[in-house]
Design a protein around this ligand. Structure first.
Ligand SMILES: *Cc1c(COP(=O)(O)O)cnc(C)c1O
Length: 384
């Protein structure tokens, strides 16, 4: 089924032709729809962005200087979504660096979530008793400028998986309390179908591991990668996916088709969104995104307060703002459309859910509650 009716934004073929023209390659739909072609033709250099967009001086300096600290890469697919004339375009703000990345803001850290300190084997973060984060690759299809792992991702800091896998699996085998493995990176879906199948198979062979999930931005950056073969691998190993979308403009017909293939293939889909200044820090932007996701059968899971990563202060909102936005969503739309707003506590405290007070007080088992309209109600416990 064609998804035009569901998806919010579509990119005209002419813009794709333009992007190819500017990259100096002929437009061929077969090439465009091939994920390896997309990866080979990513935009990484100032000259390429210069041809595609009216760059601001700050972006020009960002592309020259910031790219030394944290790689720049954008798939042609995602680049075609950027408004070439608007420096405030929500797609552009996520992937095109500005010179603000060279600034240090209060609270900035290189490893805000304290992952390196909680690593038990290189790339294996065991923070919560029952679940682990397994960083399998350090590459992504495109680089989010607010990346929480810019210290590792694209930097060649992580040993190749082949050299770490035996130690990681031995650790998991020994730690029978681990029932949940979250594969992330980098983007695990950049592995070949075969490598992914092998890795998932080895994890599934460990009896006490019940739940496997993958964190990925591939359906948005590179929907071409969501092939029927990949869906079969994910289904075979009963994997859940946590996708990453920040703005409704990302939900193109191609993205809708990729999500459909996954949902039809039996893969449960959640979305992790980062609250970003100028990108999605309004009720309308968040509501449109979350409603768009529900239409694609993707359940908004977490809304993250942006981590205090070095050089990302210009993309962060205040927590106050996040709390207000969430208060304007909860109760005003479908409960499924409202994710949990969390702060990943700097220093390795893990995810802490935050919301404006709904409990006004309690005394003798009588709870005073504030509802979505701001009215007060009480609930009495059965036992006092
Ligand atoms: C986010 C995260 C998890 C998974 O947390 P959930 O709340 O279960 O989604 C596990 N380990 C680490 C280190 C994490 O950062």
């Amino acid at each position: 089924m064609k998804q035009e009716a569901f998806a919010s934004y579509s990119v005209e073929t002419t813009r794709r032709e333009e992007v190819c023209g500017l990259l100096g390659v002929p437009y061929d739909p077969d090439h465009w729809n091939d994920w390896r072609w997309q990866m080979r033709h990513r935009l990484t250099r100032l000259e390429q962005f210069e041809r595609l967009l009216d760059l601001t001086e700050s972006e020009r300096r960002g592309l020259l200087l910031a790219s030394e600290k944290f790689s720049v890469a954008v798939t042609p697919e995602f680049a075609a979504l950027i408004d070439p004339h608007d420096p405030g375009c929500p797609i552009r703000l996520q992937v095109v660096p500005t010179e603000n990345e060279l600034l240090v803001s209060p609270g900035d850290m290189t490893d805000p979530c304290g992952e390196d300190d909680s690593s038990v084997v290189e790339g294996l973060v065991h923070r919560y008793p029952d679940r682990v984060l397994f960083l399998v690759l350090d590459t992504c299809a495109a680089y989010c400028r607010y990346c929480t792992r810019s210290r590792l991702v694209s930097q060649g800091e992580l040993e190749p998986l082949g050299r770490r896998i035996d130690a990681a699996l031995a650790y998991l085998q020994q730690h029978t309390e681990v029932r949940d493995v979250l594969l992330s990176g980098g983007d695990p879906l950049l592995m070949s179908d075969h490598t992914l199948d092998q890795l998932l198979g080895r994890l599934r062979a460990i009896d006490h591991i019940e739940f496997l999930r993958i964190g990925t931005r591939i359906p948005g950056f590179l929907p071409q990668r969501i092939t029927p073969e990949l869906v079969r691998v994910l289904r075979k190993h009963r994997v859940w996916l946590s996708l990453h979308f920040c703005h409704v403009k990302e939900l193109t017909p191609e993205v809708a088709e990729a999500c459909d293939r996954l949902a039809d293939g039996g893969i449960p889909l959640g979305c992790q969104t980062v609250l970003l200044k100028g990108v999605n820090d309004s009720v309308e932007a968040l509501r449109d995104l979350f409603h768009g996701l529900l239409k694609l059968r993707v359940r908004p899971y977490y809304l993250y307060q942006a981590d205090p990563v070095l050089g990302t202060g210009h993309l962060r909102t205040t927590v106050e703002k996040g709390l207000e936005l969430m208060a304007q969503l909860r109760g005003h739309t479908t409960g499924y459309a409202v994710p949990t707003y969390v702060i990943d506590a700097p220093g390795g405290g893990g995810k802490v859910p935050v919301q404006q007070d709904t409990i006004l007080g309690h005394e003798d088992g009588v709870w005073s509650l504030r509802n979505w309209q701001g009215r007060t109600y009480t609930y009495e416990d059965v036992e006092r």
